[in-house]
Design a protein around this ligand. Structure first.
Ligand SMILES: Nc1ncnc2c1ncn2[C@@H]1O[C@H](COP(=O)(O)OP(=O)(O)O)[C@@H](O)[C@H]1O
Ligand SMILES: [Mg+2]
Length: 263
């Protein structure tokens, strides 16, 4: 994407964002909540349109495509939405079969075979007959991922794939992202504020801050960065302004070590 600008009314969200996502690699886009990560992703599949700038995918301008070309281009992109969003009224099987049927698959044997394959890829072949409500949060994410890859996309977009999951379940998702890249050569874009996940899966990292790319480079370059904004994000520290809102002036934060009771 080149020099992407996007505002909602007077609220500027993206102020000239340029990122090159490399084929067959995993690019992680980091940044605090509300900085525009989901907005950026939605431009890639033209769910949102930029005020200016260009979105390129496989030699096509996604921001300019109209149906039916847009539908064809979108078919090559799997999207794992932030809210997982399985249809609770459909079985796991029918959830995963949904995009196949949407795209004109009618042969029930071919559908069953493909659904079986992708559920197997996420380690959930045994859940086909179950309902989304029977599954854990981590399993639901994996079913949503199976659905996202059902049409063999060359690019998968992951919006906060580990948010809300415990560290073990998060790691299963991380491993799946790595596995899909390595076994299928999928290009991945992972948007997250989960640093552990980011450093595990990233080949390349981009940090967004106030609508701009603050830093991009290999993961090591983030630890090496002397930019205070990058450092504060990596350390998970609030800014003095954010702290002053909860520690009003005149009230000082209690410091020092807590005296332990001795038996
Ligand atoms: N469709 C929309 N209409 C108006 N404002 C939006 C819309 N989508 C996102 N925003 C605003 O854009 C900003 C960035 O949102 P988002 O990309 O969802 O952040 P995040 O980095 O947490 O994914 C937020 O302030 C959000 O309220
Ligand atoms: Mg988001």
């Amino acid at each position: 994407m080149v020099n992407l600008h996007k505002s909602f009314g007077r609220h500027a969200v993206l102020g000239g964002v340029s990122i090159e996502f490399r084929k067959g690699k995993t690019t992680v886009v980091l940044g605090p909540s509300g900085c525009g990560k989901s907005v950026m992703l939605k431009h890639i599949v033209a769910l949102l349109h930029p005020d200016s700038g260009e979105v390129w995918f496989n030699g096509r301008r996604m921001d300019r495509l109209k149906e039916p070309e847009l539908g064809r281009a979108r078919r090559e992109i799997g999207f794992l939405f932030q809210q997982g969003a399985l249809f609770d009224s459909l079985s796991v099987f029918d959830n995963v079969a949904f995009p196949l049927r949407e795209h004109g698959w009618t042969d029930s044997r071919a559908i069953a075979e493909r659904v079986g394959q992708v559920l197997d890829q996420v380690g959930l072949a045994h859940t086909a007959k179950q309902w989304p409500t029977d599954l854990s949060g981590g399993q639901r994410k994996r079913v949503a991922l199976a659905r996202a890859i059902a049409l063999e996309p060359s690019l998968v977009l992951y919006d906060e794939p580990t948010t809300g999951l415990d560290p073990i379940r998060s790691d299963v998702i991380n491993e799946l992202i790595i596995k899909l890249k390595e076994s299928l050569g999928i290009t991945s874009i992972v948007v997250t504020h989960d640093l552990q996940s980011a450093f595990k899966v990233a080949d390349w990292m981009v940090m967004l801050h106030e609508g701009q790319v603050r830093l991009q480079g290999p993961p090591d370059s983030f630890w090496a960065s002397r930019d205070p904004i990058v450092q504060r994000f990596l350390r998970g520290e609030a800014t003095p302004e954010e702290l002053s809102a909860i520690w009003p002036t005149g009230v000082s934060r209690p410091t020092g070590t807590v005296q332990e009771d001795r038996p």
